[in-house]
Design a protein around this ligand. Sequence first.
Ligand SMILES: [Zn+2]
Length: 337
Amino acid sequence: MAQKDMTRELIDLHIHVGGAVAPHILWAIAHQQGFKLPVKSYFEFVDLITASPDKVASLDEYLKIMHTWTEKIQSSPMAIERSVYEVIGKEYRSSRVTQIELRFNPMKRNLHSELDLDHIIHAAIRGMDQAMLEYGVKACLIFCLAREFDHKLNSIIVDKAIKYRHRGVLGIDLAGTESHALELKPEVVAQYEDLFERARKAGLKATVHTGETRGTGAEGVIAVIEKLKPQRIGHGIRAAYDEAAMKLLKERDVVLEICPTSNLQTKAVEGIKELEHIIRTFWDRGVKVTINTDGPYLLNTDMRREIEIVESNRILTAEQIDQTLAWAREYSFIRRS
Ligand SMILES: [Zn+2]
C-alpha cells in the first residue's frame, strides 16, 4: 500500500506556512536572527511548537501555537524565504507532492508593520521559485485574510495579492478562529463580500476556511458560498450534517479541502468514525473532496500519511482516492500547462 502511495504524484491544496516548517529549520532561523526563545534545549523547542494531543484540544489552541511562535519566527524576509523554500522541498521529498498551494498571511510576518510587506512577499516568492527550480514541482501562494483583522487590514492583503498575481500569488483565503460562532451570521460574512469581489475581478481565485469546528453548523458554509463565491472551501465538514449545504456545494461546484489529521487533532471531529461518516456522506451526495495536510509539522503528518489514513481506514477506496487527486489537480488554482 505504501509503495503504491509513493508512485502517486500527490497534490496539497491546503497547507499553511505557519504549520509546515520543520522544527530544526525554525530552530536554526530563530538562532540566526537572535530570536529570544523561552526554552533552552532543542527538544523543549520541538515540544513548544508541536500540537501534541495532550496539549491541543481545540482549533484555537492549535492556532495559538502558530501565532505565538512559528509565525513570529518566520517574520523576516530571510525567514519567510527559507520557510517557503523548505516546505515545498520537504513535501516533495517526503511524499512526492508535485503540486502545492502554500498559504500564509503576509501581515502576520511583518512584525506589526515594522517590516515592509513587499520585502516579505518578494522573499516568499524567491523561496518558492528556488524550490520549484530545484525539485521541478509546481507551486503557488495564497494570501490569507484574517477574521481577527479589520476590513482595512484585510483590504491591504487583497491589494498585495492583486499586485503579485502574475508572480505566483494565485488566490486569497479567509482564516482564523471560528470561536464565538461569528461566521454563522450572514451579515458577518457579508463584510468580506467586496474584498472577495475585488480579488475575483482581478482574476484571483478564492478559498475560505469555514464549517470546521463543532458547534458552528452549516450556516457559515452556505453564507460563504453565496456571498464570497469561492472555488473551494477549507474543511467545510459541518456541511455533511446539512442537506441544503451539500446541495449548494454540488450546484455551485465548490470543492472541499479536507484535512484529516488536523480535524482529528483539533477535535473538529470526534474520531476516525466521524471523519469516515463525513467523507462518505460528501461522496454519496456528489460533493467533491480533496485530501490535504493543513500543517504537517505542527500536526506531525505529511501528504502520504493523510492519504494512508483515508485508505487504511477504508474511508475511501484506492480508486476514489485517485479521483480526489484528480479533482485536486482540476480545481487547483495553478493552471494546467
Ligand atoms: Zn487551514
